[in-house]
Design a protein around this ligand. Structure first.
Ligand SMILES: Nc1nc2c(c(=O)[nH]1)N[C@@H](CN(C=O)c1ccc(C(=O)N[C@@H](CCC(=O)O)C(=O)O)cc1)CN2
Length: 380
C-alpha cells in the first residue's frame, strides 16, 4: 500500500466522522440493506455539516439533442462571491467520496493482511481527449490513495478495434486484475458494443455488461456490478437523508452510464421514476412535478429554476465546459442545472464540480474492492 493510502488510513483513525455505512461495500449485501444502512445517523451528520415502434431500433441516441424550444429567459449574471441567500443544503460530494475512500482503504488493508493480495483495476484509454485523460487520472490517483493497484493501457486514436479488444483480453486474463474498464467515449469509428462485450462479466466494474444491466432491471436478481455514476447518485441521496420510497424522481437523460441504471436502481428503492429525454414533450412540466430531479443531459444550464418544484432535491451529473475568459484555462465546468436559480428553489442540491463526480470515482474503487473480495472469498 502506498504512502497516500497509509496517510488516508491514519486519517480514518483520527477522524471523528463515522465511516461510511451505506451502499458502498454493502452493495454486495443488497439494496434494501443499503437503504437502511444509510439511515438517520449519517443523515444527521451531513445535515449538520453543512415503442417498440417499427422505426425506432435499439440504437436510439444517448445524447440530449433537444428539438428547438422557445428561448429561455436569459441566465442571471454570475458574480463571484455573491451570496444567493438560499436555504438549500449543498450536498458535499467531496466529503462523501472521502468517507468512501477511507472505508475502501481500510478494507484493502484487511485484504492484504488476510490473503496477501490487493485489488487491481485496469483502465483502457483510447485517444487523446483531454476530459477522458483527466478522468482516468482521477481513477489512477484514487487507486493510489486507497492501496488498489492500477494498470493503464493507452492506445492512440487511430488504433484498431482489435487492438483495444486485445488489451481488454490481456487484462481479463490477468489474475491480479479484478476490474477492467474502457474509458468512454471511444473514438467515433469504433464499435463500442463490440469492445465493451470483450470485458469479462466478473470484472465489469463499470456495470455496463448486458447481464449486469439485466439483473439490475429484474427485481429478484442481483447484478455483480452497478454503474458507478448511478451508485453515486443513490449514495448522495441516501447520505443526505432523502427518503426515496414513493417519491417522484425525474431523470433527465437515458444513457447506459447514468440515466438507465439510475432509473433501475431507484425503482429498487421504491421510487416512482420518470426518464425524460430529447424527444419528451413538456420536460419542464414533468420536472416541476418531481420531488427529486437527477440531470445527466450534458447540456449546460438546461434545468432552470422554473423547472423545479419548491423544495425539490437536485442531483446534477453534468460536467459541461463553458467558456470563461476569467478562468486560467479559458473555461470552467458547469452542470446541467442553473445553480444560481436552482439553489433558491431546491431544498438540497449537488454542486458542479464537487458533487457527483468525486463520488463516481469513489464508487469505482468500491466496485473494484467488491470484485476482489468475491475472488478471494471475502464477500459477506
Ligand atoms: N468507462 C466509463 N466512461 C465514462 C464514465 C464512466 O463511469 N465509465 N463516466 C463519465 C466520466 N467520468 C468517469 O469516467 C467522470 C466524470 C467526471 C468526474 C469528476 O470527478 N468530475 C469533477 C470535476 C472534473 C474536473 O475538475 O475536471 C467534479 O464533478 O467535481 C469523474 C468521473 C464518462 N465516461
Amino acid at each position: 500500500m502506498g504512502g497516500a493510502a497509509v496517510a488516508l488510513l491514519a486519517a480514518t483513525r483520527r477522524s471523528s466522522i463515522p465511516l461510511v455505512t451505506s451502499s458502498l461495500p454493502r452493495a454486495a449485501r443488497g439494496l434494501h440493506e443499503a437503504a437502511a444502512a444509510a439511515g438517520e445517523d449519517k443523515a444527521r451528520t451531513r445535515r449538520r455539516r453543512s415503442s417498440s415502434s417499427s422505426f425506432l431500433g435499439p440504437d436510439i441516441t444517448d445524447t440530449w439533442d433537444p428539438p428547438p424550444r422557445p428561448a429561455a429567459s436569459p441566465l442571471p449574471p454570475r458574480a463571484a462571491g455573491v451570496d444567493y441567500e438560499s436555504t438549500a443544503t449543498i450536498i458535499d460530494g467531496k466529503s462523501i467520496a472521502e468517507d468512501i475512500r477511507l472505508q475502501v482503504a481500510e478494507e484493502v488493508l484487511q485484504m492484504k493482511n488476510a490473503v496477501g493480495h490487493v485489488p487491481g483495476l485496469a483502465v483502457v484509454l483510447v485517444g487523446d481527449r483531454k476530459d477522458s485523460q483527466s478522468y482516468v487520472r482521477f481513477k489512477v490517483k484514487g487507486c493510489e490513495e486507497v492501496g488498489i493497484k492500477s494498470l493503464l493501457a493507452e492506445l492512440p486514436r487511430n488504433c484498431t478495434e482489435d487492438e483495444v479488444v486485445d488489451s481488454v483480453s490481456r487484462f481479463n486474463e490477468d489474475p491480479s486484475v479484478h476490474g477492467v474498464l474502457v474509458q468512454l467515449p471511444l473514438p467515433q469509428h469504433m464499435d463500442e458494443q463490440k469492445i465493451l462485450n470483450a470485458i469479462s462479466l466478473d470484472k465489469d466494474v463499470d456495470g455496463f455488461h448486458p447481464l449486469n444491466v439485466g439483473n439490475l432491471a429484474l427485481r429478484s436478481r442481483k447484478p455483480l456490478f452497478v454503474s458507478c455514476a448511478a451508485k453515486a447518485c443513490l449514495e448522495l441521496l441516501l447520505q443526505s437523508g432523502i427518503d426515496l420510497m414513493g417519491k417522484h424522481v425525474t431523470i433527465i437523460g437515458r444513457s447506459k452510464v447514468v440515466g438507465l441504471p439510475t432509473s433501475l436502481l431507484l425503482q429498487r428503492h421504491h421510487a416512482t421514476v420518470s426518464v425524460i429525454h430529447a424527444y419528451t414533450e413538456n420536460p419542464e412540466e414533468i420536472t416541476r412535478g418531481s420531488d427529486i430531479v437527477i440531470s445527466a443531459a450534458g447540456v449546460a444550464n438546461l434545468v432552470r429554476g422554473s423547472w423545479l418544484k419548491q423544495g425539490a432535491v437536485v442531483i446534477d451529473v453534468g460536467t459541461n465546459p463553458v467558456e470563461d475568459p476569467a478562468s486560467d484555462f479559458g473555461y470552467r465546468l458547469t452542470g446541467d442545472v442553473c445553480f444560481e436559480e436552482a439553489v433558491n428553489v431546491a431544498s438540497a442540491i449537488t454542486p458542479v464540480p464537487g458533487g457527483v463526480g468525486p463520488v463516481t470515482i469513489a464508487m469505482l474503487l468500491a466496485n473494484t474492492l467488491d470484485s476482489a473480495k468475491r475472488v478471494y472469498g471475502l464477500s459477506d
